[in-house]
Write a protein that binds this ligand. Structure first.
Ligand SMILES: NC(=O)c1ccc[n+]([C@@H]2O[C@H](COP(=O)([O-])OP(=O)(O)OC[C@H]3O[C@@H](n4cnc5c(N)ncnc54)[C@H](O)[C@@H]3O)[C@@H](O)[C@H]2O)c1
Length: 237
């Protein structure tokens, strides 16, 4: 099950954290993985520079991947940032950049990849949302708004593209032990937060990658517009 031989996957944010682990996991299932990031990507079948918030760069990146590999079956939107400040102090630049990268970036990548996938009659898009999509977290105003937006986007694309064999789903992790996760939660608030998660721990990147592999597989054809929570039960409360 979950064999991805001959599938071509494009993973954003592939230089670090969840994206890097997803690239490894998809490769392990037989996919050819194109890794895209603002910074250097290693260990993928091909590496691409992209700022997902830049529409021209996104179009060029998707074109490059299709030219190089001949098709595009899977898109994983893992590029993301967390700029944290109390809501009374959050600056407009941090707000805009968060929405630009996390939400608009996922939209631009999905639209460019979706054009190829709808034409092809097959596709899998997996967006990284977060527990922050459905729970308020202190200092996370822009981040929570961007991730709630991801869920709305995911459902709409699922409805529009489902008839063309393209599924669009979201994965919502709790805190994951990556650069981004450590920066936000390696502090006393993190210790307290761990205690609020029924599993009483944070997630490993490989646990998120496993969920992505499932949603990227042919076997998940009937899962469309879903938010798969990998949060140890945090949002079950
Ligand atoms: N780590 C967590 O606790 C956690 C929890 C829930 C959701 N998420 C989400 O998972 C995704 C991956 O997070 P991570 O923990 O792996 O973070 P990370 O910081 O380890 O990796 C993110 C990658 O995205 C890249 N990136 C940032 N802005 C970009 C842009 N404009 N264009 C292209 N690439 C860009 C970075 O260079 C980096 O390589 C993000 O969307 C994040 O919001 C993370």
């Amino acid at each position: 099950m979950f064999d991805l031989t001959d599938r071509v996957a494009l993973v954003t944010g592939a230089a670090s954290g969840i994206g890097a682990e997803v690239a490894v996991a998809l490769t392990g299932q037989g996919a050819r993985v194109a890794g895209a990031d603002l910074t250097d990507v290693t260990g993928c079948a091909s590496a691409h520079r992209v700022d997902v918030a830049d529409p021209d760069a996104v179009d060029a990146c998707v074109r490059e991947v299709v030219d190089r590999h001949g098709r595009l079956d899977i898109l994983v939107n893992s590029a993301g940032i967390a700029l944290l400040d109390p809501a009374l102090e959050l600056g407009i630049e941090a707000w805009r950049r968060t929405l630009d990268v996390n939400l608009t970036g996922s939209w631009l990548m999905a639209q460019a990849a979706g054009r190829v996938m709808v034409e092809q009659g097959y596709g899998r898009i997996v967006n990284l949302a977060s527990q922050a999509a459905s729970s308020g977290l202190e200092k996370h105003a822009a981040y929570c708004a961007s991730k709630a937006g991801i869920n709305g986007l995911t459902r709409t694309l699922a409805v529009e593209w489902g008839p063309h064999g393209v599924t669009v789903n979201a994965v919502s992790p709790t805190v994951v032990l990556t650069e981004l996760g450590r920066r936000a939660w390696d502090n006393p608030a993190g210790e307290a937060h761990r205690g609020e998660i029924p599993a009483r721990r944070f997630a490993e990147p490989s646990e998120i990658a496993a969920a992505v592999v499932y949603l990227a597989s042919a076997e998940a054809a009937m899962v469309n517009g879903a938010e798969l929570k990998v949060d140890g039960g945090f949002t079950a409360r």
